[in-house]
Design a protein around this ligand. Structure first.
Ligand code: GLC
Length: 694
């Protein structure tokens, strides 16, 4: 393959090319060499002629460096064995130097798109559809030369403002503070150093050791890096959800580049339309993970190129759909802006398009009756069958958080105003639904205990036809007098009463719950410390499925045996999210307490992925060691506790505008009235779920 040219470009007409000349400059945050760059702009209206595309081609669209033949940028699309492949590549030389002469540029601005429905139906050979990689092109970042220069200028400006922090493992970590920029925004700057403990030093060393490079640039961290592990399965990949605590650790330490690279490269992968047994998931799906592979360069003896190979669930055990990936991506994008002060990333046209794609996928109308997202089992951190199909809390809390992030980040114009309105409506409906129907406390359980069933009417009290016999015996004694929590799932005639930690923590962090509910969750965790935090923070869920329930619900999964792994195992990575929730609720001492007990063991135990047994006393039977999000979660917790201002940028307070929009405020005639929820609440409850509407 000719690595210096855009193969297949000739098939994509019309095509605008922009020549940007730069001197020791960088575009999109990555260094350019002193040379001319040819940016190929594929306009949204491109109509690729499918018949022109060679069957097994790798097609390149994007940046091409004109003066160095041993360089090529991105967006290859080809096919192999019936599945379209999307690789982004740059050559490696034989001496195993990962790229080599130059820092490579990111062409995430140029996105590649494969088979569209329209193009599929025109194919007369069914097989051809899947063997060939087709192109669908979406709007690109750079529309004009002027715009390209503007981007360049902004990047230069940001570089001046940037606070680069080198972590010196042997000396200390940086304690940073906020400085105000000329435009009023705050930026993170390093000022002091403090001594780090041995545990932290080791954690930083391991975190840095887990960094994955692509074309010489850091783009993520592997899920686990245990040198003794002979069968890493996919733990040698960069998982989107796993990278979030790594990203925060780097960001909190003033290192934004790896996070920016990650966000841009995963954005590219979003464009890859994947087929699983002739079916493609919706446009905008983010992969669960990706791997950087060194692939031999065709016709170049002994030379390799780095390629990104994403997994959208098509290789994952159980073929689970990574619904949470896009939500985490949006959450991280906002965090990047907040912590670095570099908002130019989220303002980019391609990044805005990425946000819109994820949201379109989530907001598309289906058969669903509820504002919650309907998903299959295993579509989040719990990525195996655990009976969480339907409307699991974890997805709803992340969805709500991602909607709040998007509302802040989306540029509002004529083409986005409908989407913004849809976001606002969904936020209102979702918060109402979760606050009203997922919340349980002593009082609510007592109500359920006395529920009447088979109520046919819009006025029904027991709307989901819950049979009181469903209240599990463990809950009767477990529910404390004070406090409460959001249940794991709600379906017709089914409430999953298990306590799921991640969903409850994100309900607090995002203010999906009311202030009182959020306080209630934390007070329940405090009350049930021995069950939920115990020897190793924190239980992924409580309690475990046992005996017949385990057999039926997990499908007799030997990894998810009671009190292990997803079935009520203890996951130290949850610590950073617990820390954030505690800080938001003004109880950092709770987080410190949990952190102190984790700190005693993590290093000694070699940073396990999870712990087993009711109190988390044993390292998980099949737990990976040197699990990156355990390490990063620990570091992030530490840094959050030291930087309350930073922490406060990562959570949200109640937004009364969201509440005001609640559709329940409309009566049958479309007039605003008191929401049923507010009306039905006892007068002693001072806090409104919705504002009183006059
Ligand atoms: C396990 C976890 C999942 C995580 C992956 C990589 O499958 O359940 O949440 O992303 O490992 O660490």
């Amino acid at each position: 393959m000719n690595t210096s040219s855009c193969i297949g470009l000739s098939t994509m007409k019309p095509c605008r090319r922009i020549l940007v000349s730069c001197k020791n400059s960088s575009l999109f945050g990555f260094p350019f060499l002193n040379s001319n760059y040819l940016i190929t702009d594929n306009l949204s209206k491109l109509q690729p002629n499918l018949n022109d595309l060679p069957d097994s081609s790798n097609r390149v669209v994007g940046f091409t460096r004109t003066n160095t033949p041993n360089w090529r940028a991105f967006c290859l699309s080809g096919s192999d064995s019936g599945q379209s492949r999307f690789f982004s590549g740059c050559p490696l030389n034989t001496s195993n130097d990962r790229l080599v002469s130059n820092k490579v540029n990111v062409a995430s601005d140029v996105r590649n798109h494969s088979t569209s429905i329209e193009s599929k139906v025109n194919q007369n050979s069914f097989e051809k559809i899947y063997v060939r990689g087709d192109l669908r092109v979406k709007p690109l970042l750079i529309e004009t030369i002027e715009e390209a220069h503007k981007v360049l200028e902004n990047v230069e400006k940001d570089k001046d403002n940037e606070a680069r922090v080198e972590v010196n493992d042997s000396l200390g970590v940086n304690i940073d503070n906020l400085n105000q920029r000329s435009d009023g925004s705050m930026v993170f700057r390093s000022t002091l150093k403090r001594e780090v403990s041995e545990v932290e030093k080791e954690a930083w060393k391991l975190l840095r050791g887990a960094v994955v490079n692509y074309c010489g640039l850091p783009v993520g961290t592997v899920a686990a890096a245990d040198p003794a592990d002979k069968l890493p399965l996919n733990y040698d990949q960069v998982f989107i959800r796993d990278f979030v605590p790594s990203a925060l650790a780097f960001l909190l330490n003033g290192e934004g580049e790896i996070v920016k690279n990650f966000l841009l490269h995963t954005l590219q992968l979003q464009s890859w339309e994947k087929t699983v047994d002739c079916h493609s998931p919706g446009q905008g799906l983010m992969p669960a993970s990706f791997k950087v592979k060194a692939v031999p360069l065709e016709g170049r003896n002994g030379e390799f190129e780095d390629v990104l190979d994403p997994d959208f669930g098509e290789s994952a055990i159980g073929r689970v759909a990574p619904v949470d990936s896009g939500l985490w991506w949006i959450i991280l994008l906002r965090a990047y802006g907040k912590i670095t002060g570099d908002y130019s990333l989220q303002e980019r046209v391609d990044v805005q398009t990425g946000i819109r794609w994820i949201l379109n996928l989530c907001l598309t109308d289906g058969f669903d009756m509820f504002p919650t997202l309907l998903v299959t089992d295993g579509s989040c951190m719990i990525d195996r069958r655990m009976g969480i199909h339907g409307h699991p809390l974890e997805i709803q809390s992340l969805f709500y958080s991602a909607l709040r992030c998007s509302r802040e980040m989306l540029t509002v114009n004529d083409s986005t105003k409908k989407l913004v309105a849809a976001i606002n409506n969904r936020l209102s409906a979702l918060s109402f639904h979760i606050r009203e129907y997922y919340w349980v406390d002593m009082k609510k359980i007592n109500e359920i205990y006395r529920y009447k069933t088979e109520e046919y009417s819009t006025e029904a009290i027991n709307k989901f036809n819950i049979y009181p016999e469903q209240i599990p015996s463990w809950l009767v004694d477990w529910i404390p007098e004070n406090g409460g929590y959001f249940i794991g799932n709600l379906q017709p005639a089914h409430m999953d009463f298990r306590f799921f930690t991640l969903g409850n923590l994100w309900a607090i962090i995002s203010s999906l719950g009311t202030p009182t509910q959020n306080e209630g969750v934390l007070s329940l965790i405090e009350d049930k410390w021995d069950d939920l935090v115990s020897d190793m923070p924190l239980k992924i869920c409580y309690p475990a499925l046992e005996c017949e329930e385990w057999r039926v619900i997990t499908g007799s999964d030997p990894k998810n045996t009671p009190w292990s792994y997803h079935n009520a195992g203890s996951w130290p990575t949850l610590l950073w999210q617990f820390t954030l929730a505690c800080m938001k609720m003004g109880k950092p001492e709770l987080a410190s307490r949990a952190l102190a007990s984790a700190e005693k063991r993590l290093l000694v135990d070699q940073w396990p992925e999870y712990y087993d047994t009711r109190h988390g006393r044993f390292i998980g039977k099949q737990s990976r060691l040197y699990q990156t999000w355990t390490i990063a979660g620990y570091l992030t917790s530490k840094m959050l506790l030291e930087n309350p201002e930073m922490a406060s940028m990562l959570f949200w307070n109640e937004d009364y505008e969201i509440l005001e929009n609640c559709v329940c405020g409309l009566n049958k005639n479309g007039r605003r009235t008191k929401c049923a929820r507010v009306a039905s609440r006892s007068p002693s409850v001072s806090e409104p779920l919705l504002p009183q509407i006059k």
